[in-house]
Design a protein around this ligand. Structure first.
Ligand code: PMP
Length: 370
């Protein structure tokens, strides 16, 4: 039972910082409408899925061998995608990939963080960042965003100058707020930072018209790196592929800390099929962006406060009792996320049917006195 398990765990020589800590993760519940982890609601098409199956079959006959450790074919495909998506052309050697961008960023902390070093970010932001720091023995310092979730460049620079972090993590668009950073803010942090600056662009493909990608700054800042993922825009969360664009030197540093053959041959094959279909996937992203904008407008129409979103999710508030609202939505079969500042909830953009179910449930919940 639970008490016996807890006692057995307490008996192990667990690191002090891990004592009593729960594994990170949103509830995985079996309900009709899942809008809680910012997945893409549209699965790979039948054509893409079939091609993936064929690619996996072809890879399977070679699985007695370790996979290509440098995966330069995949890195070339990722470079082509970034050129298509952001107009920034990089050589494959400036790309890196791992099992989700979480692993990529953990590798960044393994390479540049550690004992006696500091990592900085600005809250509210992605809750895994302090875990990368914890797991690598890196000191963690979180500054604050403004009340509207934007980042004050002068305040960010002041914190960076004071803390002298070896790693700065900037999520843009930010999770859970959806806020993208203007170019000047990223430049100001890069100018002030003594170490590596990672702009986490997990949701970049969903940014609104005219919002820049930090990829455009790579040629000016050799210590800047841009982290991306195939989990969101590519509908590939289950395959676990994240990647990073940076200078060759930054990529070389990650090659030192990666485990040998960390990216399986099956993963590489599946990712390359998805990348072959980039153009089609980006059209799907366009639809989701429009639905996101409609959802923001609709929530504001209800009189709620809604953060501007450049991502595939929307943060809204303020609810006197957000937990009660979250539970009431769940009771109606709609799972969203209780995260961010108190009083706010985050909902992912689903299919039109899922979003309609969320709207109906929310209207019912708001009409019911607590
Ligand atoms: N960065 C941000 C801001 C995220 O929200 C997420 C996933 N929720 C990730 C990184 C990690 O995603 P993955 O490991 O699937 O690439």
């Amino acid at each position: 039972d639970d008490a016996a398990r807890a006692a057995a765990l307490a008996d192990l020589p667990l690191r002090d910082v891990l004592r009593g800590v729960e594994p990170y993760g949103a509830p995985q519940l079996d309900v009709p409408v899942l809008l809680n982890v910012n997945e893409n609601p549209v699965p790979p098409s039948a054509t893409v899925a079939r091609e993936m199956g064929e690619a996996v079959a072809a890879a399977a006959v070679g699985l007695n061998r370790y996979p290509d450790r440098e995966f330069l074919d995949l890195r070339a495909d990722l470079a082509d995608f970034l050129a298509l998506e952001s107009g920034v052309r990089l050589p494959p050697e400036q790309l890196w990939a791992a099992n989700g961008s979480n692993e990529v960023m953990l590798q960044v902390l393994q390479a540049f963080g550690g004992e006696g070093r500091t990592a900085v970010s600005f809250a509210p932001t992605y809750s895994m960042y302090p875990e990368y720091a914890r797991d690598t023995g890196t000191r963690w310092v979180a500054g604050r965003r403004r009340d509207d979730f934007t980042l004050d460049a002068a305040a960010a620079v002041a914190l960076v100058e004071r803390e002298q972090p070896s790693v700065v993590l900037l999520a843009s668009p930010n999770n859970p707020t959806g806020t993208a950073l203007p170019r000047e803010v990223v430049e100001a942090v890069c100018d002030a930072a003594p170490g590596v600056v990672v702009v986490d662009e997990a949701y970049a493909e969903f940014r609104r018209e005219g919002v820049p990608s930090a990829l455009e700054l790579l040629d000016r800042y050799p210590r800047l790196a841009v982290s991306r993922t195939m989990s969101k825009a590519f509908s590939l969360a289950g395959a676990r592929v994240g990647y990073l664009a940076g200078s060759r030197a930054v990529v070389d540093a990650l090659r030192v800390v990666r485990l040998p053959y960390h990216l399986s041959g099956v993963t590489q094959a599946v990712a390359r099929v998805a990348l072959r279909h980039s153009a089609e996937l980006l059209r799907g992203v366009d639809t989701l962006r429009r639905e996101r904008d409609d959802l923001v407008t609709w929530l504001r129409g209800l009189g709620l406060e809604v953060a501007d979103s450049d991502a595939n999710f929307v943060l809204f508030g303020r609810l006197a009792d957000r937990h009660a609202a979250w539970q009431a939505l769940l009771d109606r079969g709609v799972l969203i996320r209780e995260t961010g500042p108190d009083g706010w909830l985050r909902v992912s953009v689903g299919t039109p049917v899922e979003t309609a179910a969320f709207r109906d449930a929310l209207v019912a919940v708001l009409a019911t006195p607590a």
